[in-house]
Design a protein around this ligand. Structure first.
Ligand SMILES: Nc1nc2c(ncn2[C@@H]2O[C@H](COP(=O)(O)OP(=O)(O)OP(=O)(O)O)[C@@H](O)[C@H]2O)c(=O)[nH]1
Ligand SMILES: [Mg+2]
Length: 489
């Protein structure tokens, strides 16, 4: 890929790349798989795949395709199913086997299948929920499901047994992926559907049992879609059938056990082969309902590129295991914010009613200093008490939540964050107290200066008044003397 993606290639490298691409195309045409998603690096070598598909288009000319992918939990028999269905030789084994995703070209016999396309592209994927990968599995699974669902015209959802309870979180990933596809491709009106294959079902003939399983699956799917749509803020999606074409009576199948007897000495059961053949016919029938058979090799390359770009850009939702987890996290965040805002409001009230009041009633600098020390102590005690109460409430929220096991993973992080936030709130409140104290000190100082000035003005005014009065009296005496003298004259 490094050579293919470099911009300026020497003639020697050009020849080398060309022969590499020719070999890759020949291998693909001879039934070897092309790695779509690198299972080790969890990434798509997009330039390499693009170049291989271009070379393929050059080699086979204008050929049309339909894409079938498979998804399911680890070791649920996905690769075995594809091998049996399309005569492939994908590696199969107990434990974690397929890594990443692989595509394989299957030549289509137009007369036999009734499908007017040249190839069926089969995509095998790594098992979801690999226990070996632990916590890091979430993003990987979501990306894988989005790629598998996004690329395929028909996605086979492989389920071990008839119960869907064990794979409800896998369903959520897939439903979310379908929903995203619907949002992204709404304008293009792409046909997409999926098929649920229940493997290893003993009582395949028990109609009542299988009907119950179908009803339960539809109910689970509808509920999952509703939650996912709410999460994405989409109002017009309520049921699974609002996202893709799906008919439970046709799109849910049950397969017998692969083995007749107990491995390792068991033979492959003819019932399994028969059921797989019927499933294949069903897939072909579903594909026959499609209106658009114009997907070319280069269109597929564009699909892969667009999807991988979207997956790389979308980093938030993919960080969560499923829709329920995303919703639960948002709820936890909301609760945390509510508790924090309440604590901040209480602290603000304390600051105004207690801290600021006490400081503002101080009349001299000494008292002010002592009051600040005292207020700081009281503030620490107040926030310690209220912080503890909030912490208890937060812990109770985690312990008594209906999905306590799901949200438990954030308990430690949130309680530690609350402790940190209480510390920050203490520092901020102390800064506010110090500001109030400073304002009050300036007030006291300016009040003192004002009083001094007033006193000075008063003293000067008094002095002046007395002087004027004295002067006035002497003027009066002189006037009286003059008046007396004139009367004598
Ligand atoms: N009992 C039983 N075993 C099966 C069935 N289908 C497949 N297996 C066995 O289960 C094991 C795993 O099968 P795979 O086809 O590799 O399963 P997978 O889902 O592709 O596994 P990963 O690629 O690791 O996710 C193999 O040993 C198969 O022989 C089935 O219907 N019943
Ligand atoms: Mg496999």
């Amino acid at each position: 890929e490094a050579i293919v993606s470099s911009e300026s290639l020497s003639q020697q490298n050009l020849n080398f790349t060309s022969s590499l691409l020719s070999s890759a195309v020949q291998l693909l045409l001879h039934g070897h798989a092309l790695e779509l998603i690198d299972g080790e690096a969890s990434s798509v070598a997009i330039d390499w795949i693009d170049a291989v598909l271009k070379k393929l288009e050059d080699t086979v000319d204008k050929k049309t395709l339909l894409v079938v992918s498979v998804l399911g939990v680890q070791s649920s028999g996905k690769s075995t199913l594809l091998n049996t269905m399309f005569g492939l030789q994908l590696p199969v084994s107990a434990g974690r086997c397929t890594r990443g995703a692989f595509m394989q070209l299957v030549k289509n016999n137009k007369d036999k299948s009734g499908l007017p396309v040249d190839f069926i592209v089969v995509i095998d994927t790594e098992g979801l929920r690999a226990p070996e990968l632990g916590e890091g599995v979430k993003t990987r699974d979501n990306e894988l499901a989005t790629m598998a669902v996004g690329l395929a015209d028909v996605t086979i959802m492989n389920i071990m047994g008839e119960s869907v309870t064990d794979i409800s979180d896998v369903l959520q990933i897939v439903v979310h992926a379908f929903l995203r596809m619907r949002m992204a491709f709404q304008k293009l009106k792409l046909d997409k559907t999926c098929l649920f294959v229940h493997q290893n079902v003993c009582a395949v003939d028990s109609a009542e049992k299988t009907q119950k399983a179908k009803d339960k699956l539809v109910k689970t799917l509808d509920k999952t879609v509703e939650t996912a749509a709410q999460e994405e803020g989409i109002d017009d999606v309520k049921k699974f059938t609002d996202i893709i074409a799906f008919d439970a009576s046709k799109n849910v199948v049950f397969l017998s056990n692969l083995w007749e007897g107990k491995p390792p000495f068991a033979a492959v059961s003819p019932a399994y082969s028969r059921d797989v053949q019927e499933t294949k016919n069903l897939i072909l029938a579903v594909l026959q309902n499609f209106k658009d058979y114009n997907l070319s090799v280069s269109d597929l390359a564009v699909r892969i590129k667009d999807l991988w770009d979207a997956v790389c850009k979308e980093d938030f939702v993919f960080g969560f295991r499923n829709t329920l987890e995303l919703r639960a996290y948002k709820e936890v965040e909301k609760k945390f914010r509510e508790l924090k805002i309440r604590l901040e409001n209480l602290t603000f009230k304390w600051l105004i009613n207690d801290g600021a009041n006490k400081l503002n009633s101080c009349t001299d600098s000494n008292a002010l200093r002592q009051t600040l020390d005292q207020a700081e102590g009281e503030m620490h005690k107040f926030l310690d008490d209220e912080g503890k109460k909030t912490q208890t409430e937060l812990e109770t929220y985690f312990d008594q939540h209906s999905e306590d096991q799901l949200i438990f993973q954030w308990k430690r992080e949130k309680t530690q964050r609350l402790q940190r936030d209480v510390g920050v709130l203490k520092d901020e409140t102390y800064d506010r107290l110090r500001d109030i104290k400073e304002e009050q000190r300036i007030m006291i100082e300016s009040k003192g200066k004002l009083e001094n000035c007033q006193q000075e003005i008063f003293t000067s005014a008094k002095k002046l008044a007395e002087e004027l009065k004295r002067q006035h009296i002497s003027d009066e005496c002189e006037l009286k003397r003059v008046r007396d003298e004139s009367e004598l004259i």
